[in-house]
Design a protein around this ligand. Structure first.
Ligand SMILES: Cc1ncc(C[n+]2csc(CCOP(=O)(O)OP(=O)(O)O)c2C)c(N)n1
Ligand code: SF4
Length: 249
């Protein structure tokens, strides 16, 4: 009996199995996104933008219009598409390096302008694609290629609180949440609300997803999940931070 893979309809089946490392969280975030796209029936309207970093491995992931951008520049690129084609549902997909380091000015300014796009940021506490360097989200005392003795917050700061920052600088109409691959149903719910917010034309939508990078963390499956489920939420609080007020009927 042949196995029928349980994959979202919006996924491009012929490009699976995907190219992420075994145990990587990117595939889970993209599953939540694919199911959200299916359930909202927006596949024909989606323009999916992916960053440099491991998110670029999603360039052929969906049966949707896709644009692959320079590192950190996904948010302004999909903002441009949205302004030219307001009927499209524009999604910027990036890592924490892409959103909070090299592309932080773009994320901040798109959020401050309340651009009507949806940004999804995968937080795995490091620069995955380039071999596990320290990122703005690296936890205190966490060892990486460029913090071999552990991150010292006195020298390099504390982990960036992205959704908290975006919630603070956006205006009414924005949607902001932090989910985790450890709770995929909840994460899909947040992504769905973020997309619905764009469909409703309200304002900027932003979802950070806590995720795993077993390759650079050098962790086995059990250690990876313990880090995502127990350690990361000590620094990154999971939940909704900003929900638009209901419009008057
Ligand atoms: C302008 C520019 N600077 C640096 C790089 C090198 N570079 C490629 S991917 C990457 C880090 C990616 O990390 P992140 O955005 O956190 O995504 P991840 O791979 O962890 O999913 C870097 C620094 C680049 N491609 N372009
Ligand atoms: S390096 Fe890390 S983030 Fe990149 S595909 Fe591998 S596990 Fe995923």
């Amino acid at each position: 009996m042949s196995m029928v893979p349980n994959m979202p309809k919006s996924w491009r089946a012929e490009t699976k199995p995907h190219k992420f490392c075994p145990g990587c969280g990117h595939g889970l975030v993209l599953k939540a996104l694919g199911e959200a796209i299916d359930e909202l029936g927006i596949q024909d309207r989606v323009v999916f933008g992916c960053d440099i970093g491991c998110s670029l491995l999603a360039w052929d992931f969906f049966n949707c219009d896709t644009v692959q951008t320079h590192h950190g520049r996904t948010t302004p690129v999909v903002t441009g598409v949205k302004r030219a084609r307001p009927d499209r549902i524009c999604i910027a997909y990036m890592g924490d390096g892409g959103g909070y380091a090299i592309g932080s000015q773009h994320l901040v300014n798109a959020a401050a302008r309340n651009e009507k796009v949806t940004a999804i940021l995968v937080n795995n506490c490091n620069y995955g694609m380039t071999g596990g360097q320290m990122a703005p989200t690296t936890l205190p005392e966490m060892k990486t290629e460029t913090s071999p003795y552990g991150r010292d917050p006195e020298e390099t700061g504390y982990p960036t609180q992205g959704p908290e920052m975006v919630a603070a600088i956006t205006r009414e109409g924005a949607y902001v949440a932090r989910g985790t691959v450890a709770n995929l149903r909840q994460l899909k719910g947040y992504i769905k609300k973020a997309l619905q917010n764009q469909i409703d034309g309200n304002g900027f939508s932003f979802v950070e997803a806590l995720s795993g990078c077993p390759t650079n963390w050098s962790t086995n499956a059990k250690e990876t999940w313990a880090f995502i489920e127990e350690t990361m939420p000590k620094y990154f609080k999971v939940g909704e931070l900003k929900v638009p007020a209901k419009k008057e009927e």
